[in-house]
Design a protein around this ligand. Structure first.
Ligand SMILES: [Zn+2]
Length: 446
């Protein structure tokens, strides 16, 4: 018997936004019917014309940092802030936790840490670091969705970056396992060669220290290696739009490479960043307005398939806001909760549709981590994960009201459009206008 019906005038389906009723049974979408086809004997949630019903967001780039650096975030706060932003699935990054997720034993330690704390579903990336090729098969078997590596120092000692030689060892094994390799694509050479001369109070000095060439050359390297070894490769948090044509041509040529970008690269610009405002620091950096527009073109043409948060928190003192030194501050922006409104604010003014946004925030991230048979679209048989939001409602971001552990954010006092009102996970309401489910109902997706 149907347990729940959610109906709305604007239900975002894979190829249209239409008036529909969604019937849910045992946490799964049982049917998607006409707006008026409702049963009398089950709970009915009605949404008016001003609301949109969309599949729950999937965010495959979240740094939870636990165990080991739980004071940076942790599973409870990370998944609450996700739920408040309409996200029903996150995938945790393998670094910043101690131990880093680079061995089977470390992965088990992380699962023990996450268990019974999660308000949304959580998947896990493993890591490729020098010398751990022998661990990869066992980690994949135990349930990681794929593996991340860094081509530059990651910022933490326990997650070492890889060289081309290391990749030549790991990639044949990844190909054999048909595992996805996701890559922080900046190369040390152009960064070491950059010699910014300005004051470290100025954002421009930091921007000059992480030139586009570091990204462009890293993307070229990964295209070359993916072509040679046949490994599926994905470029995380692409910031340099100069790399978009490289990716487009490689894909047209059959190279199995994909890319994501992040809300901050699509919304903020280097020109607007005030001096000493280290809350804007992330790596690779937020670049110029001209670059931002070309990232949007990359999304429009499909070369960049998805937008994920790269939610990357740390304690406030590590951002050094009182000192304002861009070169010394920790890089990272916490934004899993604001991903939908930041993206919608920019997407709407460029004429993109709800389907476009759902493809970038839900469907394509789900496919990236092999969850497309149960997450990412409103489809019969999928988990009944939904976000109900108001696209025309604008609001002022109040950092103190955000749900992540440390509140410093570059979005404070910004007016954004698109307010998340309710979030459902497998048919259960986990977020309702500021209130959360009393119990964490998320599952570990392993
Ligand atoms: Zn990241």
């Amino acid at each position: 018997m149907t347990d729940l019906i959610i109906r709305g005038r604007n239900v975002v389906l894979p190829d249209a936004t239409e008036a529909r009723s969604i019937h849910v049974r045992d946490g799964v979408i049982e049917s998607v019917k006409g707006y008026d086809e409702i049963a009398a004997d089950c709970e009915l949630i009605e949404t008016s014309e001003s609301f949109v019903v969309m599949a729950g967001l999937v965010d495959t780039h979240v740094h939870v940092n636990a165990p080991g650096r739980t004071d940076w975030e942790g599973f409870q706060t990370a998944t609450r802030t996700a739920a408040a932003g309409g996200t029903t699935t996150i995938v945790d990054m393998p670094l910043n936790s101690i131990p880093a997720t680079t061995t089977l034993g470390a992965f088990k330690t992380k699962l023990d840490e996450a268990r019974n704390k999660c308000f949304v579903d959580v998947g896990f990336w493993g890591g490729v670091v020098p010398g751990n090729t022998a661990e990869l098969a066992a980690m994949l078997e135990a349930g990681v969705v794929g593996f991340k590596c860094f081509l530059v120092p990651s910022g933490v000692d326990e997650f070492e970056h890889v060289t081309e030689d290391d990749l030549r060892e790991a990639m044949p094994e990844l190909t054999r396992l048909n595992a996805l390799l996701i890559v922080h694509a900046e190369l040390p050479g152009p960064i070491d060669g950059a010699t910014p001369t300005g004051s470290s109070d100025d954002y421009k000095t930091f921007l000059d220290s992480r030139p586009r060439a570091a990204e462009n050359e890293a993307v070229e390297l990964m295209i070359r290696l993916s072509r040679e070894f046949g490994t599926r490769v994905h470029i995380v948090h692409l910031s340099s739009a100069d790399a978009v044509p490289l990716l487009r041509e490689a894909r047209a040529d059959g190279v199995r490479i994909s890319a994501e970008t992040c809300p901050h690269y699509l919304h903020l610009t280097a020109e607007q960043i005030p001096s000493r405002s280290t809350e804007f620091k992330c790596c690779p950096p937020i670049r110029e307005g001209e670059n931002r527009e070309r990232l949007w073109e990359g999304l429009a043409e499909g070369t960049i398939e998805m937008i994920v948060s790269d939610h990357s928190p740390c304690p406030a003192q590590m951002k050094g806001r009182d000192i304002g030194d861009f070169l010394a501050a920790w890089g990272g922006i916490s934004s899993v909760q604001l991903r939908l409104p930041v993206v919608w604010t920019e997407a709407e003014r460029r004429g993109f549709s709800f389907q476009d946004v759902a493809r970038w925030l839900c469907e394509n991230p789900a496919r990236q981590v092999n969850l497309e048979s149960r997450k990412g679209t409103i489809t019969v048989g999928h988990d009944a994960d939904f976000v109900i939001w108001e696209p025309q409602r604008d609001f002022l971001v109040n950092a103190a009201a955000l749900q992540h552990r440390h509140k410093l954010t570059p979005y404070h006092s910004e007016r954004l459009k698109g307010a998340v009102r309710k979030t459902f996970l497998r048919g259960k309401k986990i977020y309702d206008d500021g209130a959360f489910s009393p119990q964490p109902l998320g599952l570990l997706l392993v």
